[in-house]
Ligand binder design. Structure first.
Ligand SMILES: [Zn+2]
Length: 297
């Protein structure tokens, strides 16, 4: 059978079906009118229900259909909104960098209170103060970091390592004494005041330029470390702290691989609180605090 023949058959059958349906509807209406006139409303009521059900069904179907298409549109709009500018999408590397910068800025905005530099060129803001918490060892830290700090130390103990808290908050007066004593030591050895200051250099921060004055920096080592010269960074506790501190909002502040950025080579035991989100981000992207702050500028 060719296509034309098939089409003729279908058409004939459809017309016959249509006529049958029309006849049935007419017959139904006649029956409806007759019964209603005779005072029997049952058929009328059934009919009204059937029509109502049909209308409801059509409305529901139309809603589902329009919702589906709306969702599709919403999706289209969102993708256009979040898309990076056309020039950036051309280069996936630039796009990734921009995305990373944006992420860093968002993290910075949420954790600003902990994300600032304190060093020789960035003295602590005058009058900087915070609520203190005194640790069992007698040293103070910023009260806001106490929960994360103790959680980290507990986890360290649970992992089977013993730590020693060497330093935490140092007030400006103590820092001044530390600095002056260090300078005096070299002056005693015959150096001029300026030469002595240069010699002290970064091993002791100038007053107002030490992170320890923020209450956010803590010097921590394995319990077996006897002194600065004895520190090796390979002992269990030091390894554990370096590998896990970010989970509790801390970063190893002056790691060996960042000396060229931080300029500090002899404080591998210093940990600095930056907030969990920022710490995770810095570790994941191998950034020091300096590099992170550079990124969000
Ligand atoms: Zn320190």
């Amino acid at each position: 059978m060719d296509f034309k023949g098939l089409w003729t058959v279908i058409k004939k059958k459809a017309i016959r079906l249509f006529k049958k349906v029309r006849k049935a509807i007419k017959r139904y209406i006649r029956k409806l009118v007759k019964h209603t006139k005779a005072g029997d409303y049952s058929i009328l009521i059934y009919t009204l229900f059937a029509v109502l059900a049909l209308v409801l069904f059509i409305v529901m179907f139309a809603n589902i259909f329009s919702l589906g298409s709306k969702k599709k549109n919403d999706f289209k709009i969102t993708t256009t909104e979040v898309a990076t500018p056309p020039d950036a999408t051309e280069d996936p590397q630039i796009a990734a960098q921009m995305q990373m910068k944006q992420q860093a800025q968002d993290i910075y905005n949420r954790n600003k209170d902990y994300l600032f530099l304190v060093d020789e060129s960035h003295p602590l803001a005058e009058g900087y103060s915070f609520e203190h918490h005194t640790l069992n060892c007698g040293l103070d830290i910023d009260k806001r970091i106490y929960n994360d700090f103790s959680e980290m130390l507990n986890a360290c103990n649970m992992a089977g390592y013993e730590y020693n808290i060497i330093n935490a908050y140092i007030d400006e007066a103590t820092q001044t004494t530390l600095y002056n004593d260090a300078v005096a030591h070299y002056v005693d050895q015959g150096l001029l005041e300026e030469e002595a200051q240069a010699q002290v250099g970064k091993s002791v921060d100038r007053p107002g330029c030490s992170e320890h004055e923020t209450g956010l920096a803590i010097d921590l080592t394995d319990v077996e470390v006897l002194g600065e010269e004895d520190f090796k960074s390979t002992r269990g506790t030091d390894q554990w702290l370096m590998n896990n501190c970010h989970k509790y909002g801390f970063i190893n502040r002056y790691p060996a691989n960042k000396v060229s950025v931080t300029g500090v080579s002899d404080e591998q035991w210093q940990y600095r609180y930056v907030g969990r989100e920022a710490a995770e981000f810095m570790v994941a992207n191998n950034l020091s605090l300096e590099e992170f702050l550079q990124l969000v500028q």
